[in-house]
Design a protein around this ligand. Structure first.
Ligand code: MG
Length: 283
């Protein structure tokens, strides 16, 4: 099932468009965290065409965000990083997620090295701590696309030789407003697992910059959840960004500029399409 969050409420995709659900959940994460309701059969109160609604972030209320780095072999190579032995995740402030068509605004403080990271994000549906190997799947509600937008100059002012020296700077570089668009829907994990693999690509102004599949991951989606649960009590509504493949702007020096359009596509889920806009002029 593909579940969308719109300005008219939570909706389920079907053959003809979107079925607006008659439940009172404020976002898709809340719907999927309510285990008394099956989203594939939840009552419908109206219908709309996908083109006639405004899509917003499928996760708008609470929930924590964790960033996993170094999880695609080609990116680890490109960045000169060591092959990770275990899963680690950087926690971000909550409330920073934005929607699948929202603008990415260059920060006035750091507009020159803003970069994309196309990623697959995991939405947690079942709480868990120290989850057993292979059992991570049972804690995943669904998946979406994400762009882990990063101001490299700020991020790297908190790093030396690939290691974090000032976590606040690293976190700031990744948490400016509008830096975490997700969506366009949540694909429920039962359906996501019916595909042998998912493909992920990032385009800037139509040019493909990143292209990979989940086969290229060091830790698969279940192992990421299991690994994160060793240090954290995962809760429904938490979102884990699972790392980016090779092809980031940092490698080529081609950073995002005002007017660029960045698209992140995950097979079976859809495309984030975010325009990059200039910093707000001071008054
Ligand atoms: Mg990332």
């Amino acid at each position: 099932v593909r579940l969308y969050n719109t300005t008219s409420g939570v909706a389920r995709a079907d053959d003809d468009g979107l079925a607006l659900l008659g439940t009172a959940h404020p976002d898709v994460a809340a719907l999927l965290g309510d285990h008394d309701i099956d989203p594939s059969t939840a009552p419908v109160r109206g219908r709309v065409a996908l083109d006639d609604v405004e899509l917003i972030s499928p996760v708008t209320h609470g929930g924590r965000v964790f960033l996993v780095g170094a999880n695609y072999r080609d990116h680890i190579e490109e960045a000169g990083l060591a092959m990770p032995k275990r899963v680690g995740g950087l926690p971000l402030p909550s409330g920073i997620l934005s929607g699948p068509v929202d603008d990415i605004r260059l920060p006035a403080e750091a507009p020159n090295e803003v970069d994309y990271e196309g990623e697959i994000a995991i939405l947690i549906g079942q709480p868990g701590h120290e989850i057993a190997p292979g059992d991570g799947w049972n804690h995943i509600a669904g998946l979406c696309a994400a762009n882990d937008v990063s101001a490299r100059d700020v991020q790297h002012s908190g790093m030396a030789d690939g290691r974090v020296t000032d976590i606040a700077r690293v976190r700031l570089g990744k948490s400016f407003p509008s830096f975490k668009p997700i969506g366009p829907c949540i694909l429920t994990i039962d359906e996501a697992r019916s595909y042998p693999r998912l493909s992920l690509s990032t385009r800037v102004n139509g040019e493909v910059r990143q292209s990979a599949t989940t086969d290229d991951m060091v830790f698969d989606l279940s192992a990421i959840v299991e690994g994160m649960s060793m240090a954290t009590d995962l809760r429904p509504g938490d979102l884990i960004l699972t790392g980016t493949p090779a092809g980031i702007g940092l490698t080529t020096g081609r950073f995002l500029q005002a007017g660029d359009v960045v698209e992140v596509t995950v097979s079976g889920i859809g495309t984030l399409r975010n325009q990059v806009v200039a910093p707000v002029e001071p008054h």
